[in-house]
Design a protein around this ligand. Structure first.
Ligand SMILES: C[S@@+](CC[C@H](N)C(=O)[O-])C[C@H]1O[C@@H](n2cnc3c(N)ncnc32)[C@H](O)[C@@H]1O
Length: 378
């Protein structure tokens, strides 16, 4: 079977809308205005009537279901931004031109819907400098972590084109990739979590912090601030390992006062602001740094385990079937996300324990050799 090569010209159905987030506020306003009106008039009947940002609508829901995951902070940030943008627009534009922007259409609910649609349906077009577009038809394609197919603009056919990376049988579902995103990012932007272990780009954010009791707390914080970092930072861990920045941050946290002269170099390496990205090495504090990462990993694992254990008996005590369905749905999303994030932490825990064991058994062997050597002279 031939590989599929599908294209959509801008004239089909209705033209695709290009949005550049670097473009003027006017362009963005026009897009949002069309979305608002489409929603009101039901013109885009192909789009879902509800498209909430990552499904978790309130702060209480985020605290309840995503308490173990760092994705909660990102979701709060995103929702706060959307609410802030709406309030700003209402103050500066909607309230001044009520005929153009009537309250029954331009309200918070439709604004959130429009953003939900934008976040979940925008397509990035690499050959147009990464500009993003709403592409009717193409936005019906679902994501698969196993394909490498992306949508792009094709100059010769003047359309958005995608060529599959494999052969499909008639009737088989065709997928695209929404990008190399973690399960948390997919949940935030698209409202779903891939099956456990199927996403090679999955990662979990590990929070690390300077110790308040550290004698050099002030000097370390100063060094971190110089490179745009703070006393607490999150670093992504993947099933295949962790970034050099995380190791550099851990070195800084466990460094004794005698290593003051290296604080800046470590902070620079942790911020990825070194001129040449090289692996910073401090073998004398390797063991403490790995133990520190392991402790942070295990503290995160316990948070996930507590949540997953409690989720079994999470209160579903509501008489409204609609509310019950919603709670079951949110709980399942949270359980899927936490299970996949904890799995990555378990893997990191295993690697860290093995490395620490190797370091310690190496030290023990060296110590025994030294004892034998001393005995020989006795
Ligand atoms: C661009 S739309 C794709 C078309 C969508 N299925 C529809 O019928 O409108 C993106 C939405 O599709 C759903 N989706 C896409 N890929 C998915 C997947 N692998 N698993 C579950 N839902 C998926 C999510 O709800 C997401 O927000």
């Amino acid at each position: 079977m031939e590989q599929l090569h599908l294209s959509l010209t801008p004239t089909a159905i209705f033209s695709f809308v290009l949005v550049s987030f670097r473009s003027s506020i006017l362009v963005r306003m026009c897009l949002l205005r069309s979305l608002f009106l489409y929603h009101r008039k039901g013109l885009l009947s192909v789009l879902p009537p509800t498209a909430s940002l990552c499904h978790f609508r309130t702060r209480a829901e985020l605290d309840r279901y995503l308490e173990a995951s760092q994705i909660r902070e990102r979701a709060i940030e995103r929702i706060t931004n959307v609410i802030g943008t709406y309030n700003d627009l209402r103050l500066r534009i909607f309230s001044k031109y009520p005929d153009l922007f009537p309250e029954e259409v331009f309200n918070m609910e439709t604004f959130k819907w429009s953003f939900g649609i934008l976040f979940s349906r925008l397509v990035r077009l690499p050959s147009m400098d990464g500009r993003v577009a709403l592409v009717p038809w193409a936005d019906m394609l679902n994501h698969s972590c196993e394909v490498e197919t992306f949508l792009d603009y094709d100059k010769s056919s003047q359309g958005v084109v995608f060529t599959t990376d494999r052969q499909y049988q008639p009737g088989e579902q065709v997928f695209i990739s929404y990008g190399k995103k973690s399960n948390g990012e997919l949940l935030l932007s698209y409202g779903f979590v891939p099956r456990e272990g199927t996403n090679p780009s999955d990662s979990v954010e590990l929070p690390l912090s300077l110790k308040k009791s550290d004698k050099c707390y002030k000097e370390k914080l100063e060094a971190l601030r110089k490179y745009g970092l703070s006393a607490s930072e999150c670093f992504p861990i993947q099933i295949t390992g962790w970034p050099l920045e995380l190791m550099a941050y851990a070195y800084l946290v466990v460094s004794p006062p005698s290593m003051k002269g290296k604080f800046e170099e470590m902070a620079a390496a942790a911020s990825n602001k070194m001129t040449s990205k090289k692996d910073i090495k401090c073998p004398e504090i390797d063991e403490q740094a790995l133990q520190f990462i392991l402790d942070s990993c295990e503290s995160s694992i316990s948070k996930y385990s507590r949540f997953l254990q409690a989720s079994g008996s999470m209160d579903l005590d509501t008489t409204s079937p609609k509310q019950l369905n919603r709670r079951v749905f949110l709980k399942q999303l949270a359980v899927d996300l936490c299970t996949s994030e904890r799995r990555i932490l378990f893997r990191a825990q295993y690697i860290l324990r093995r490395r620490l064991r190797d370091i310690r058994s190496g030290e023990l062997r060296a110590l025994r050799l030294f004892d034998n050597f001393v005995n020989l002279f006795k």
